[in-house]
Design a protein around this ligand. Structure first.
Ligand code: HEM
Ligand code: HEM
Length: 156
């Protein structure tokens, strides 16, 4: 949990970086495999920081969980953990098949095993795409408010 910092000022650039990072990393052919591995690791770290920055929110919802809460809040709460697990698996499977860490060699992976993990990595990326879409749809109010702040002239 992070206290005594202006979270609003950190969240906007961090969320933009996460979105841009996700688009670039998802389209692996844009960067090639070697750069993709570095982008994936940087995105994984950014998203973990993003999760920690919402630690207070997670703790507060957890404390109130047995009381009546709006359905949207509960959905957002479950989605956050689904995102944490799905991205955790995505980054771990990426590390497992990467040339950078060369773990396949250490763990004696044969071609079939590497193919299976590559397919699981790809499926995890597709699942993350769906979850990120849902996550952003639930955050539309925050996105809309900040877009209006970024482009005030468009409102006149
Ligand atoms: C490309 C990926 C992602 C993008 C672009 C993104 C973007 C956003 C945005 C715009 C918000 C609302 C503004 C804010 O409070 O900062 C938000 C909130 C949040 N995000 Fe993400 N996020 C992403 C991935 C994740 C992941 C992987 C997790 C979990 C590990 C996560 C957990 C949360 C939580 C807990 C909140 C607060 C929920 C709320 O206030 O209703 N996000 N995110
Ligand atoms: C966290 C965000 C990530 C996303 C969204 C992502 C997404 C993808 C996608 C869509 C592919 C193409 C699959 C295909 O068409 O065969 C791919 C391939 C690959 N990714 Fe990731 N990835 C991520 C993280 C990582 C990380 C952290 C690493 C390693 C450090 C990694 C290593 C690889 C490798 C080695 C391939 C090539 C697999 C093959 O050609 O069979 N990825 N990734």
């Amino acid at each position: 949990m992070i206290r005594n910092v202006n979270l609003a000022k950190i969240n906007l650039p961090l969320n933009l970086a996460a979105l841009a990072g996700f688009i670039v990393t998802f389209n692996q052919e844009l960067t090639g495999e070697a750069l993709h591995e570095w982008f994936g690791l940087a995105l994984g770290t950014t998203l973990f920081v993003h999760f920690l920055l919402h630690g207070t929110w997670i703790v507060n919802v957890t404390k109130k969980f047995l009381k009546p809460l709006p359905g949207k809040l509960r959905l957002s709460y479950f989605l956050s953990f689904a995102l944490l697990l799905a991205f955790g698996f995505l980054v771990s499977s990426g590390i497992l098949i990467s040339d950078l860490f060369d773990l396949g060699h250490v763990l004696n992976f044969n071609e079939d095993m590497t193919d299976t993990w590559s397919e699981m990595h790809e499926s995890a990326a597709n699942l993350c795409l769906v979850l990120v879409g849902l996550h952003l749809a639930l955050q539309w109010k925050w996105i809309f408010t900040n877009l209006k702040r970024c482009f005030p002239q468009a409102q006149r």
